[in-house]
Structures are given as C-alpha cells and as structure tokens.
Design a binder for this molecule. Structure first.
Ligand code: SF4
Length: 102
C-alpha cells in the first residue's frame, strides 16, 4: 500500500537555510522569498497529485524544514526528512571559515 496523500506542507522558516532544494523538487508547491531567500508554501491544501514531489522536497531539504501533514484519518506527519532517513544535519552544510586559533 502506498503512503497516504499529503494534505498540507509547512516550511519552518526558523530553520530553513534557503538551500532551494524544495523549490527544485516541487516548484508547484514551494517558492523562495525575494527578500530573505527562505522558502514558503504556494498551495494549501495540497492537491493529491503533488504528494510525490512534496515528499521528495522534504527528503531533500538539508535543514529538515519541510514538514508534512497527511490526509484525513492518517494522522499528522512531521519531519518527513527524518521519516525517509536522510540524516541530514543543517550544520553539515556550513564549512569552517579557517583554522582555529591555538
Ligand atoms: S530545501 Fe529546506 S532549507 Fe532549502 S529552501 Fe527549502 S525549506 Fe528551506
């Protein structure tokens, strides 16, 4: 049996780092603000046919900022990236700026 349809997607803008992976994966669902570069959701509720792309977006998000809510009767679903086990750490994208002072 396939996973339930996603009814709603939410971007946690407190943790979004503006990587844009969600926009690449689901351009019909997400866009990035011209002001701060952070992602926001374009459609709410989501049409069922966008479930695969929005799940892909949640999986790709390096900050795990995309949270998904399943359809009625399926219960809430948060942290879809965690569900798919990417193990992404937002800090992993940050490179050291130079050698640490001794
Ligand atoms: S992929 Fe994640 S971190 Fe990047 S813009 Fe989308 S929500 Fe933000």
């Amino acid at each position: 049996m396939s996973a339930p349809a996603v009814r709603r997607a939410v971007v946690d803008r407190d943790v979004c780092v503006g990587a844009g992976q969600c926009v690449l994966a689901a351009p019909d669902v997400f866009d990035q603000s011209d002001e701060d570069g952070l992602s926001y959701v374009l459609v709410d509720p989501l049409p069922e046919e966008l479930t695969p792309s929005v799940r892909d977006a949640a999986t790709r998000c390096p900050a795990r900022a995309v949270q998904l809510e399943a359809g009625a009767g399926a219960g809430a679903e948060t942290g879809a990236a965690a569900e798919t086990g990417t193990g992404a750490d937002p800090a992993a994208d940050r490179q050291p700026t130079g050698p640490s002072p001794a």
